[in-house]
Design a protein around this ligand. Structure first.
Ligand code: NDP
Length: 325
């Protein structure tokens, strides 16, 4: 039996239950991993409240990301072996001391990346990678707006965008968070709880607006985010920290300047193993070169997952949060 955090009914953070579960031997195509750190992500809360359906029904082990050592491999697994240091992003099963994992989702860690760093960056960092390089190609001269710039995805994306030569405008909920965002790649930060962020974007860009807006906030920043985008620019709605955007008339995209809009998710961008490995490698290179640092600002014991979720949803966190089994 191993320690894990399960959800038996949907609800607030209090439904996260610390208990013991059985983890069997790996089946065909699986590996068993002894986890050293588990990532905490906003998406974990969507599964917990039932906004995203659990693919394995209820109860389920919460969490979508982790890093650890392979302790057993199942039949047919050839490229991962016992003793390998791996990290992954996969639907559920993350908050546990040990787990079974599809081998084709495991990524081997380079020596220079620790388990804790890996658990703090695989999901958020691969998201930043595809958002900056595939959803919209950010390059020198791009002007972008990133909401929640001091958050987990926010700090990684802003540092990386800065390294790519972009003008990075961030939003943040408090002055302290604004300072953190500024120290991590955002050249301009708007306090969007106190200031009109559309007016500020107009002022900062001299009326030119942004080429792309990355919006993980959802309901609270829609449709205002569209007013920050230049004609033919791109609206990237990649999350719903404040709740989901309600149905809207697509003609609004014409009215706001023939905008493009997309609602991407990491799963689709790394569905093929070659894309997973290339995306992870680009992230490892960015971190190992020092272009991007992974601030792990909250570290909790696995048994304290309830607090981790309370802090995340309460807007108390900055950077990445991890659980230690
Ligand atoms: P964050 O660390 O960014 O935490 C969320 C932040 O959102 C808060 O700290 C807060 O920052 C801001 N926020 C604004 N309004 C609210 C609200 N009403 N309730 C709570 N928080 C609010 O989380 P993550 O880095 O884990 O994720 C960021 C976003 O990216 C999420 O929407 C997540 O779903 C999305 N995501 C999407 C992926 C994809 O592939 N589509 C993959 C990974 C993440 P502040 O106080 O500064 O406003």
């Amino acid at each position: 039996m191993v320690a894990a955090v399960r959800v038996h009914k949907h609800g607030g953070p209090e439904v996260l239950t610390f208990e013991e579960i059985e983890v069997g031997a790996p089946g065909p195509g699986q590996v068993r991993v002894k986890q050293h750190a588990c990532g905490v992500n906003y998406i974990d809360t969507y599964f917990r409240i039932g906004m995203y359906p659990s693919p394995v029904g209820i109860p389920f082990v919460a969490g979508n990301e982790g890093a650890g050592e392979v302790t057993a491999v199942g039949p047919g697994v050839t490229d991962i072996k016992v003793g390998d240091r791996v990290a992954y992003v996969v639907g559920l099963g993350g908050y546990a001391a040990e787990r079974l994992l599809p081998a084709d989702r495991a990524v081997k860690l380079p020596d220079g990346i620790s388990y804790e760093q890996a658990a703090g960056m695989m999901l958020k960092g691969m998201t930043a990678q595809y958002l900056l390089k595939r959803t919209f190609k950010v390059e020198k001269g791009t002007t972008l707006l990133m909401h929640a710039a001091a958050g987990g995805v926010g700090q990684i994306l802003c540092q990386w965008a800065n390294a790519l030569g972009a003008t990075v405008i961030g939003t943040a909920g408090t002055k302290d968070k604004a300072e953190i965002a500024k120290a991590h790649g955002a050249q301009h930060v708007i306090l969007y709880r106190d200031e009109d962020f559309v007016a500020k974007v107009k002022e900062i860009t001299g009326g030119k607006l942004c080429d792309v807006v990355y919006d993980g906030i959802g309901k609270a920043t829609f449709p205002a985010s569209l007013d920050c985008i230049r004609p033919l620019g791109m609206f990237v709605s990649f999350g719903s920290a404040s709740g989901q955007i309600e149905a809207f008339n697509i003609n609004i995209l014409q009215a706001k300047g023939s905008l493009f809009a997309t609602r991407p998710t990491l799963n689709n961008y790394v569905a093929k193993r070659e894309d997973l490995l290339a995306t992870a490698q680009d992230l490892f290179d960015a971190v190992l070169s020092g272009k991007v640092t992974i601030p792990i600002n909250q570290k909790y014991a696995l048994k304290d997952a309830v607090k981790a979720h309370r802090d995340l949803e309460g807007r108390e966190t900055t950077g990445s949060s991890i659980l230690i089994p």
